[in-house]
Every structure is written in structure tokens, then in C-alpha cells.
Design a protein around this ligand. Structure first.
Ligand SMILES: Cc1ncc(COP(=O)(O)O)c(C=O)c1O
Length: 365
């Protein structure tokens, strides 16, 4: 039996999603071309973006998708404000450094959201700004950033908003009817519960139409990928066929579950069980409930000298549960993910295993 992945991805996937990879696909064959188009259309549908948005998939992990969004959809003279409260905001900054884009940052602590008044002040004081980059759920801590408030402000200031929604897309609401944004990047192997290997970018028609010549890289050039895919509906270079077949199945299962709303409901319930159960055992959660996204939960490592993360991890792994190390720079933590093909019983089984491990390792909480 596979271990349960209580991580931010790759995640536990359904058997039917894994089974979708049991076939070989001709990348220039009509059946595969139709499958690819169906994925693109479904992703646009998830943001209610029909007619206004385009979807361009990009091979690779999520970082490839974010980097192709940043490099292809901003001109070389862009002036970008990056909102940072964790590693993925930092990563966008690093990308901009590689790409020689002008940036300023508004950084707050990893357990805090950005202050909207301060954000407005920064925008007002930096008239050169053209873009704002934000992370929806900052997976570093699991914090839910206020994307609607950010989007409203950015729209009011007439700037272009790009969102890294990697760990949020498919489970947290992001309708283009409610939230104004120019581009969003995410990937197959998070809340849509596909397997890793492909990301995607959804961007407004006019944003991709004027993106020619921005990108420094042929492989990451979204404009080139889009033009080629629009021409004959095929990929420029070898597509990750099996990954896409699994993704197509995962998207069908997402729809069957009730789309974003249905998935959000299950994850929220998973999250509640883990948070309440871990607190009951004696662990301290990093974030208050109102800042906690139902994606991944950060817990502080206990002070007891018998607590050693690697031993705790190994003991849970022996019981078939894989948790995740912490990523905070300021405190020793670990994380438990509540996304993927996992239900309330899996969460309760996790808590039973945690209790047994605490007792076996003689950890005092
Ligand atoms: C918000 C966010 N952005 C970007 C990434 C990078 O994705 P990958 O590790 O697939 O490159 C992740 C990964 O967890 C993420 O959570």
C-alpha cells in the first residue's frame, strides 16, 4: 500500500488517476490533441475565464510555470512590486533578479498577511510600478493571503496583478468575475490532484497577445508555446503525455466532486480535523484559524528534548504517513498537509498515528 502523503505535493492521487497513465499516447494523434484541448478549456472554465483568458500549459514543476509567466508576460522595462511573506514570494524575487527585471518588495513575517494600507502607501509612493506579484496561499506557512483585497487595490491603482496560486488553485475560489488579475500560474499536482510534471498559466487575451519578444528563453517562452498551440493544438516540443492523461482524469474527478466548492469543503474538513486533533494532543499551531488556508498546517516543534523531527518523521512513515518538514526561517516547525485524495478517515488515522508515536518516543507535550 502506498503511504499517505500529508504534504504540499506531489500528493496522494486516486487509483483512477494513476490508471490513466497506463496507456501510450501519440503526441500528434487526434485523441491526444483533443485531450490536451479539453484540459486547457477546463482550466479556463475554473476561473470563469471563457472568452477573456487563454490557457498555456508548460512542462515541468510549478516553478517552471511561474518563471515562464514572469519572464514571458512582463516586458523588460517592467517595474514590479513583489509581496513577500514566505519562500515562494522570495522565489519570484529571485526569478526577477535572474531576469533583470526592476523590483521592489513589501516583505512581512512568514506568519503575517500584508497590511493593505501600507500596500497602498507603497504603490502611491512608487509611481514607476507596472505590476504587482502575489502568492495566494503561501505554502511556506500555509497562510491564506487576502487575494481579493490585494486584487481590488491593484485594480484601483491600474496595475497588473500576477498570482502564484500553486497550492490554492482548484480548492480556493479564484473566479475572474470576482477577482481582477492579469495572469495566474499553478500546476497539476496540487489541489487538482494530478501527478507532477506539468504547470499552466492562465492569462488575459491581451496580455499574451502583446507578449512577443519578452522572454529570454525559448523553452519557457509562453508566447511561442501559445502561438504554436493555437496553430495546430499541438505542443511545440515533447509533451508529458502520461502526466496530461492523468491530469485530464483528475480534472474530471474534480468536477465530479463539485468543482472548487466541493474540493474546498473536503479540504476544509480535513484541515479542521487535523488542527483540532493536533491541538488536543498538545501541539501548537503557527497560524490562527482565520489566517490558516485549508491546504497545509504548520506546527511548532515541541521543546521536549525527546522530540527530534527526523525520528518523529520516520516513526510516522513506518505507520504509512509522510509529513513534511517546516520551511520557516524563524522557528523550528513541521507541516501536515490536508490536500490530495485524502478524506476525514485518513485525517483521523493520522492523528491516531501521531498519538502512538508521541507515546512511543516518550515526547512530553
Ligand atoms: C505557492 C507555491 N509556488 C511555487 C511552488 C513551486 O512549485 P514546484 O516545487 O513544483 O516547482 C510551490 C511548491 O510547493 C508553491 O507552493
Amino acid at each position: 500500500m502506498d503511504k499517505k502523503l500529508l504534504t504540499p505535493g506531489p500528493l496522494t492521487t486516486s487509483l483512477s488517476t494513476k490508471e490513466a497513465m497506463l496507456h501510450d499516447w501519440g503526441s500528434r494523434d487526434q485523441k491526444f490533441i483533443d485531450l490536451n484541448q479539453s484540459i486547457r478549456d477546463s482550466l479556463i472554465n475554473l476561473i470563469d475565464g471563457e472568452n477573456n483568458y487563454q490557457c498555456v500549459p508548460m512542462q515541468g514543476s510549478g516553478t517552471f510555470a511561474v518563471e515562464s509567466m514572469v519572464s514571458s508576460l512582463t516586458p523588460q522595462d517592467a517595474n514590479i512590486l513583489i509581496l513577500i511573506n514566505g519562500a515562494y514570494g522570495q522565489r519570484m524575487k529571485k526569478m526577477c533578479t535572474y531576469l533583470n527585471r526592476n523590483t521592489i518588495e513589501y516583505e512581512v513575517a512568514e506568519h503575517e498577511p500584508h497590511d493593505m494600507r501600507k500596500l497602498e502607501e507603497i504603490i502611491d509612493n512608487n509611481k514607476q510600478l507596472t505590476h504587482v506579484f502575489a502568492v495566494y496561499c503561501e505554502t511556506t506557512s500555509g497562510i491564506l493571503n487576502p487575494i481579493n483585497d490585494i486584487a481590488n487595490l491593484v485594480e484601483r491603482k491600474n496595475l497588473s496583478l500576477f498570482i502564484d496560486a500553486m497550492s490554492a488553485f482548484g480548492a480556493l475560489p479564484l473566479s475572474s468575475k470576482d477577482v481582477t488579475f492579469d495572469a495566474v500560474a499553478a500546476s497539476s499536482n496540487k489541489c487538482l490532484e494530478g501527478v507532477p510534471g506539468v504547470g499552466f498559466i492562465l492569462m488575459k487575451n491581451e496580455v499574451i497577445e502583446k507578449a512577443k519578444g519578452n522572454c529570454h528563453s525559448l523553452s519557457l517562452d509562453l508566447y511561442d508555446q501559445w502561438v504554436a498551440m493555437e496553430k495546430n493544438k499541438q505542443w511545440r516540443f515533447t509533451p508529458p503525455t502520461h502526466v496530461l492523461a492523468a491530469f485530464n482524469q483528475a480534472i474530471a474527478e474534480h468536477k465530479k466532486e463539485g468543482g472548487i466548492e466541493g474540493r474546498h469543503k473536503r479540504y476544509k474538513n480535513n484541515c479542521k480535523i487535523i488542527c483540532e486533533g493536533m491541538r488536543e494532543i498538545g501541539f501548537e499551531q503557527l497560524l490562527p484559524d482565520d489566517l490558516q488556508a485549508p491546504i497545509i498546517i504548520t506546527f511548532k516543534q515541541p521543546n521536549d528534548p525527546n522530540f527530534n523531527f527526523q525520528k518523529f518523521y520516520n516513526a510516522l512513515s513506518d505507520k504509512n504517513f509522510l509529513i513534511y518538514p517546516g520551511k520557516l526561517t524563524v522557528a523550528d516547525t513541521f507541516r501536515i498537509g490536508c490536500i490530495g485524495n485524502l478524506n476525514d478517515q485518513d485525517m483521523r488515522n493520522t492523528l491516531v498515528a501521531v498519538k502512538e508515536v508521541i507515546s512511543d518516543l516518550k515526547i512530553n507535550l
